[in-house]
Design a protein around this ligand. Structure first.
Ligand code: BJ8
Length: 427
C-alpha cells in the first residue's frame, strides 16, 4: 500500500512473509482504502496523518518495530482489550494490537477451525497461516485471553505456531473475580519481566499509565466532537483513528490526535461538518471492527447517514475509561489496573447490563437517531445479547436495527437496502 520509493521487500522476506501473497494483500487493502476514505468530502486536514500511517502500515511502522527489536527491544502482540498495554510498556516492550479484519487463507484456516467460526477468529488464523502479517511476525510474544470459546480454543492452535501466553479472564465481575484478575496481572508482570529482562517498577508503571491515559484522553476529545450536528468528522475516519491507536507509536499518535481534536473543536465552533446538518445520526454497537473492516460504516455513510459513535472495542470501550494516576505503590497500581480492565463491558461476561446502559447513555449524549447492533456471524455471545440490547434501547425510545454479517462483500447490497430503509425511518 506504500507508494514511497522505499522498498521493504527484503525486510518482509527476512520476517518470513509470503511476498507474492503479501503484495496482493497490500494492493487489495490499498485499493479499498482509496475507494473508502479518499473519496470522502470535506475531511479534516488532521486525517492526513492517518492517511500517511495507513500508506505505511506494513512499511515504516514495521521498520520502527524492526529497529526497536534490533536494538534489544521486545514486541508484544495482543488481540483483546483486556490485555493491559500499560504493563507491556512498563516492562520496556511495545504493544501492538494484531488486526484481524479481512478474509484471508480461509481454505487453510478451515483445515484447523470449523467453518462456522466467527470472521475475526478465522482472520486471526488466516493471517498467520497465510504468512502475510508482519506485525505478527515481529511479535516476540503473543498474549491471548480466555474470553469467548472460539478465541480461547483458537489460541491453542496459534500457540503451536508462535510463542503465546494466555491470561485467564473471569466471566463475572464480583469482588472475588476482580481479585482473581489481579492475580493474573501479577503473573503477567512476571512473564513480561522474563521476556524483557526489565523490572516493572512503580516509576515505570506510573509513566506507562499516564502515557496510555494520554492516548485515551486524545481519543475522548476526538469522539466528544462527534456530538455536534453537523458532525465534524465521519464515522469512517473516527473508526480509523481507534483502529490505528492499537499499533501506532503512543506519544506520536497522542500528539497527532490532540491536533485533530483541536481542528474538530474549531469545526464545531464554526458549524463545519462532513454531512449536512440534520443527516441521520447512527450509533453502532457490537463486535469489534478490526482493520481493515470498514464495511458497515461505509454502507451507512454512503446511504447519507453519519456514524456518530461506536460502543465497541474499536470505539468507546477502548478510550472511555482511564486508570487512576495518583497511586504510589506497585501494589496499588495493580489494584487500579485490575479494577479498570474488569470494568470493560464485553458480552463474554454475565451479566453484562453495563453495556446496555452504555449504549443508552451514548445514544443520548451523541443525539443518535438510531442504533445499529452489529454482530459477526457465529459470535454467540454478542448475538444472544443482541435481543436484550435491542429491547432495552427501543424501550428507551431509540430505534434499533440488528445486523449479522461477516467480512465478505456478498451481503453489501442487501445490507445497504436495510440500512437505507432504517435511515429513512429514523428521520
Ligand atoms: S473485550 S469483544 S476484543 S473478547 S466476535 S472473537 S467475542 S466470537 S472479539 Fe472481543 Fe476482547 Fe470482548 Fe472486545 Fe469471540 Fe465474538 Fe468472534 Fe469476538
Amino acid at each position: 500500500m506504500s507508494d514511497t520509493a522505499v522498498d521493504y521487500h527484503q525486510m518482509w522476506a527476512d520476517l518470513g512473509i509470503d511476498l507474492p501473497m503479501h503484495d496482493a494483500l497490500l494492493e487489495a487493502v490499498g485499493g479499498m482504502y482509496g475507494g473508502t476514505f479518499m473519496t470522502q468530502k470535506n475531511r479534516p486536514e488532521g486525517m492526513g496523518y492517518l492517511d500517511f500511517v495507513m500508506s505505511e502500515v506494513h512499511g515504516l511502522r514495521i521498520k520502527e518495530l524492526d529497529d526497536f527489536r534490533k536494538s534489544g527491544g521486545k514486541v508484544v502482540g495482543t488481540y483483546c482489550l483486556y490485555v493491559p498495554e500499560e504493563l507491556i510498556r512498563a516492562a520496556g516492550a511495545w504493544s501492538v494490537g494484531i488486526c484481524a479484519g479481512a478474509e484471508w487463507a480461509y481454505d487453510q484456516v478451515e483445515q484447523i477451525l470449523p467453518r462456522n467460526t466467527c470472521a475475526l477468529i478465522k482472520s486471526m488464523m488466516g493471517f498467520k497461516l497465510g504468512k502475510v502479517c508482519p506485525y505478527l511476525e515481529e511479535a516476540d510474544l503473543l498474549i491471548g485471553e480466555t474470553t469467548c470459546d472460539g478465541k480461547k480454543k483458537a489460541y491453542e492452535e496459534l500457540g503451536k505456531m508462535q510463542n503465546l501466553y494466555t491470561m485467564e479472564l473471569p466471566q463475572m465481575k464480583r469482588p472475588k473475580d476482580v481479585a482473581f484478575w489481579r492475580s493474573e496481572l501479577v503473573d503477567l508482570v512476571a512473564k513480561l519481566e522474563e521476556l524483557t529482562g526489565k523490572k516493572i517498577t512503580a516509576e515505570s508503571l506510573t509513566a506507562a499509565i499516564k502515557e496510555v491515559n494520554g492516548k485515551r484522553r486524545a481519543l475522548q476529545r476526538v469522539n466528544a466532537a462527534r456530538a455536534a450536528d453537523p458532525a465534524p468528522i465521519s464515522g469512517l475516519d473516527a473508526l480509523l483513528a481507534v483502529q490505528v491507536a492499537f499499533y501506532d507509536d503512543v506519544p506520536r499518535f497522542t500528539q497527532m490526535m490532540n491536533a485533530l481534536a483541536d481542528e474538530l473543536e474549531k469545526r464545531v465552533a464554526e458549524g463545519v461538518g462532513v454531512a449536512p446538518k440534520g443527516a441521520p445520526r447512527v450509533l453502532v454497537t457490537g463486535t469489534p471492527m478490526a482493520l481493515p473492516n470498514w464495511k458497515l460504516h461505509q454502507i451507512v455513510e454512503n446511504a447519507g447517514g453519519v456514524v456518530v459513535g461506536e460502543e465497541m472495542c474499536t470505539g468507546s470501550r477502548y478510550y472511555e475509561k482511564l486508570v487512576k494516576e495518583d497511586s504510589a505503590t506497585l501494589d496499588e497500581m495493580l489494584d487500579d489496573l485490575a479494577a479498570k480492565y474488569l470494568d470493560i463491558n464485553c458480552a463474554c461476561f454475565t451479566p453484562n447490563d453495563g453495556r446496555i446502559d452504555d449504549v443508552i447513555r451514548m445514544a443520548k449524549n451523541l443525539k443518535a437517531d438510531g442504533v445499529i447492533d452489529y454482530a459477526l456471524s457465529f459470535c454467540g455471545t454478542y448475538q444472544i445479547e443482541s435481543a436484550a440490547v435491542a429491547k432495552t434501547v427501543q424501550d428507551a425510545g431509540v430505534p434499533v436495527l440488528r445486523i449479522e454479517t461477516d467480512y465478505s462483500a456478498e451481503d453489501v447490497g442487501q445490507l445497504s437496502t436495510r440500512v437505507e430503509a432504517f435511515l429513512e425511518m429514523v428521520k
